[in-house]
Design a binder for this molecule. Structure first.
Ligand code: ADP
Ligand code: ASP
Ligand code: MG
Length: 445
């Protein structure tokens, strides 16, 4: 079985949904489709959850009405068979009635999570019924019946696989299974998500769970680019990446992949292909265990980083001290991304600052603490990138951009810089110009 994931823009309009149908029909064999919500719908649902928080019932009703109109209009255009059309509209109305009921609860994390999952439920159902109306046999699967992920960082793919297999055995055999990305059941047996952009992660969790032959991630760009095309001009597609390279880029901000996408398949030989729904014949990016080429490949940036400096002229580098510091972060399940040390100080970064106040309170006894928010990690990635002579000149290349921290040699495949977010775009552009464009023309000369 192949896993094929289609993101929000790929299912965001009638035309693109039709493209998706053509892509699926052009591939032989069994397919598990993992679909996102229509583009923008999850943002609308986040707005509903904000309105729940502020008690703005009018706003909730306005958004639910907008969602109803958008989905109904797609159904009316896509589905010609009257009976299927009205049963699909009825399903959407029931789902939105349920959403309205959910929105009557007091706000909590649980209500937020449940609210934001409705988009995937609606779109997958519409897509399944659309195929049915064209006599393309398929099975709609409710992810809540098998996507039990209690540990977000380390999903139990065997358990997911067992539940999935049991479920499809209980249904008529099909070549096309359709399910929701993003949705999971958490450790309290409650509806939750894999965090924003999580459908990519759903696809690889499922790919690993059923030992798929490959995972395809279909989106609105022709593959992973060497730099963030939202901020930088003249980026180019990378045709091959290793799991490690892709994992670094995803974790450090390349939006095309959810940060955890690679981890479920990293120990397996399941390749990931990134493809463009709008130009399906273009080659895309292949992500597989080994990198074909060494050297600098791409740059990404992760925002929302907080740097914390602990300065102490006492026992800082005494043995056991770092462990105590790390324990504080561990107690609050807060991952540390970058670390640098000197004889009297240690600086580290986190991206999850939900427990920052408590962490700072506990760190207070260890020395003088400085906190700097609104930073970005710029990550330069490629197998053996630290041997790339261009990167020896990093400080010279970035001469007018202050670098707050640097991590070099932690792995051969990654150099990370911490800069103020105000300087992120300038840093990305400068690195693109100096490391890729000028460097390439120098090689041609
Ligand atoms: P989907 O809705 O299909 O999941 P996303 O919006 O999450 O799509 O991801 C695709 C977008 O990621 C692209 O349109 C592009 O703007 C952005 N992006 C950011 N960094 C990169 C990169 N390095 N390579 C390709 N796309 C990137
Ligand atoms: N619909 C969800 C989001 O917008 C998940 C996804 O698209 O991957 O975050
Ligand atoms: Mg995405």
């Amino acid at each position: 079985m192949r896993v094929m994931k289609f993101g929000g823009t790929s299912v965001g309009s009638v035309e693109s949904i039709n493209n998706v149908k053509n892509i699926i029909q052009s591939k032989d064999g069994k397919k598990l489709l993992v679909l996102s919500a229509m583009s923008g719908v999850t943002n609308e649902l986040v707005s509903i959850s904000e309105a729940i928080k502020s008690g703005d019932q009018k706003e909730i009703d306005v958004i639910i009405q907008r969602l109803k109109e958008r989905h109904e209009s797609a159904i009316n255009e896509l589905i010609q068979d009257q009976e299927i059309r009205s049963s699909t509209i009825a399903f959407i109305n029931e789902t939105l009635a349920q959403l309205k009921q959910t929105s009557g609860n007091a706000y909590s994390e649980k209500i937020y999570s449940e609210t934001v999952t409705y988009g995937e439920t609606m779109l997958t159902y519409i897509f399944s019924k659309y195929l049915e109306s064209l006599n393309i046999q398929n099975q709609w699967l409710d992810a809540k019946e098998f996507m039990y992920v209690s540990n977000l960082e380390n999903p139990d793919t065997r358990a997911v696989g067992e539940r999935f297999t049991r479920l499809i055995k209980s249904k008529p055999e099909s070549d096309i299974y359709i399910t929701q990305g993003f949705v999971r059941i958490d450790k309290n047996n409650e509806i939750s998500t894999l965090k924003r952009g999580g459908s990519d992660y759903s696809a690889t969790i499922l790919g690993a769970s059923i030992n798929a032959e490959e995972v395809q991630i279909w989106t609105d760009i022709d593959g992973l680019h060497n730099n963030d095309p939202r901020y930088v001009e003249n980026t180019h597609r990378i045709s091959e990446l290793s799991f490690e390279e892709a994992a670094e880029l995803a974790y450090f901000g390349a939006k095309i992949l959810h940060p955890q996408t690679i981890s479920p398949v990293i120990d397996r030989d399941i390749p990931i292909f990134l493809k463009n729904t709008f130009t399906p014949d273009s080659q895309g990016t292949r992500i597989s265990p080994e990198a074909k080429e060494k050297g600098l490949k791409a740059i990404s940036a992760k925002d929302g980083i907080t740097a914390i400096k602990i300065k102490s002229n006492r026992m800082l580098m005494a043995h056991g001290f770092l462990r105590k510091i790390f324990d504080v972060f561990d107690n609050y399940e807060t991952a540390i991304d970058m670390i640098t040390t000197s004889e009297i100080a240690i600086s580290l970064t986190i991206d999850d600052d939900r427990n920052l106040d408590k962490i700072l309170e506990e760190l207070d006894s260890y020395g003088e603490i400085t906190v700097e928010k609104n930073h970005s990690i710029i990550c330069i990635v490629g197998e053996s990138v630290i041997e790339d002579k261009q990167t020896y000149r990093l400080f010279e290349l970035l001469n007018d951009i202050p670098v707050r921290m640097i991590s070099y040699g932690g792995s051969n495949n990654n150099i990370s810089l911490l800069v103020d977010t105000q300087n992120k775009i300038a840093t990305l552009r400068k690195l693109n110009e100096k490391l890729f464009i000028q460097n390439k023309s120098a090689q041609v000369v």
